[in-house]
Design a protein around this ligand. Structure first.
Ligand code: PMP
Length: 441
């Protein structure tokens, strides 16, 4: 039992989670909530549990000895620079190299318009900070990346989802939503989109729709934030043209080395029209003064000295084999009535359960059967996604993926049988599972 202080406030007994500062936080802190799912995932990270939940890149596939030598060499040769503060915009040479990487997606950019950030997650934070006042509207695909939704919520944005199908965001749905909002006098601050190998939906925006979406946004004067961490991980070896390539003034492009090299360096970037770029640099400086010079130079050194395109190919082949293992296992084992997307790249499959089933309810049972996934509800800002689950294939070996799907199929099958026996009123124990934590992003 919590005790009371002299001021009538709850005092947390040692080890308790009662928050004595609860009445002092800024209003925006109410949007920053820890997930109940974390406790469950602490169990899920046990070795006997097959985790189809995490979005962790398989960094073991990197030549770690080479990376180690490169880092040691960097300190030996350029230590006084690498260990010093740097510019708020990021290392100029790395920014040139980033432009070279973006050229693979048809982007012709000036390195002066690039801001290096602490992963693309920080770029998302800075963009939101620069554009959003409480209550402002952001459009985002439904479902959308949980880390972006967390940031938007922290800045008290109102997220309105745009419907998707297997070909990505549906332009008609975007046009209708923009029309309805404009008619109601509501200003849209930006459209947040993940066009390639979507997290969590696993789908890719087709070429025709890219042009339509650009036209719709240009006509309605809606800024696009294009988040593209998976764009170079296409399994057919093709790379889609970035939205930014055809609309330099209307798109802020976010990129990252987290999936093509390693997330531990925490190097991502934003490419933005000049005026926005200036604001981002100021916001960056107020947040962290400057990004780590050390990791920026390490990434720069890696790009200069290592066959990075070949390494991306290695990652693509590895993830492709795992995607095949997951799709094959789903096809062979999932009960009738379940459906799922077929990603052509990236890390994730988005599965839909039969009518009446709730992924949050299934999760504790799945964990008891030693398999974990992320329930779909965390990927919606509006309560959608109850019948969905995100299944990731990036981290476990193919054999483990098959075993995980076998266990999951068994749990779903059992749940369907229970519902059949007891009907739709079968008692449901709610799992109490909300937004996944960053380790699941
Ligand atoms: N955007 C999307 C769509 C992601 O999936 C992730 C990471 N899972 C990020 C941004 C953030 O990645 P990072 O900060 O490591 O670049």
């Amino acid at each position: 039992m919590p005790q009371e202080s002299d001021h009538g406030q709850a005092i947390a007994p040692q080890g308790s989670r009662i928050d004595a500062y609860v009445d002092r936080y800024a209003a925006r802190a109410t949007g920053m909530v820890a997930s109940e799912v974390r406790a469950l995932f602490a169990v899920a990270s046990r070795p006997e549990v097959v985790s189809l939940a995490g979005g962790m890149p398989y960094v073991t596939a990197l030549p770690l000895d080479v990376v180690g030598e490169l880092v040691a060499d960097l300190v030996a040769r350029r230590g006084p620079v690498a260990l010093q503060y740097g510019s708020g915009q990021g290392d100029p040479h790395l920014r040139e190299q980033i432009c070279e990487v973006m050229r693979l997606e048809g982007i012709e950019a000036n390195s002066n318009d690039v801001v290096v950030t602490v992963g693309s997650q920080q770029a998302l934070d800075l963009i939101t900070r620069v554009f959003i006042d409480p209550g402002d509207v952001i459009l985002a695909e439904g479902p959308s990346y949980v880390g972006a939704l967390g940031t938007f919520s922290a800045y008290q944005a109102r997220v309105i989802h745009i419907a998707m199908d297997d070909e990505g965001m549906i332009p008609e749905s975007l046009a209708q939503t923009i029309y309805a909002l404009k008619t109601a006098g509501t200003r849209i601050k930006f459209l947040y989109t993940i066009p390639n190998f979507h997290n969590p939906a696993g789908v890719t925006l087709n070429t025709t729709r890219r042009q339509q979406i650009l036209e719709i946004c240009q006509r309605a004067d809606v800024l696009i934030v294009e988040d593209n961490p998976y764009g170079l991980l296409g399994f057919e070896g093709t790379t889609m043209r970035a939205l930014r390539a055809d609309c330099p003034d209307g798109v802020v492009y976010l990129g990252s080395f987290s999936k093509t090299l390693a997330p531990g360096f925490r190097v991502g970037w934003a490419l933005a029209p000049h005026a926005i770029r200036d604001k981002l640099v100021l916001a960056m400086e107020s947040a962290v003064l400057s990004h780590s010079t050390f990791t920026q130079l390490a990434v720069g050194q890696y790009l200069t000295t290592q066959p990075w395109r070949q390494q991306i190919k290695t990652f693509r082949e590895l993830y492709c084999e795992r995607r095949d293992a997951m799709l094959g296992a789903l096809e062979a084992m999932m009960p009738a009535g379940c459906s799922w997307t077929r990603p052509a790249g990236g890390f994730f499959v988005w599965a839909t359960l039969p009518e009446g089933l709730d992924a949050k309810v299934l999760l504790p049972r799945a964990v008891a059967e030693r398999v974990a996934f992320v329930p779909g509800a965390g990927f919606y800002a509006d309560g959608g996604g109850a019948r969905n689950m995100r299944l990731s294939y990036c981290y476990p070996e193919p054999e483990r993926i098959r075993e995980g799907v076998r266990r999951l199929a068994g749990v779903i099958e059992q749940e369907m049988q229970t519902r059949e026996t007891f009907g739709p009123d079968a008692p449901i124990e709610r799992g109490g599972v909300d937004t996944p934590g960053p380790d699941l992003a």
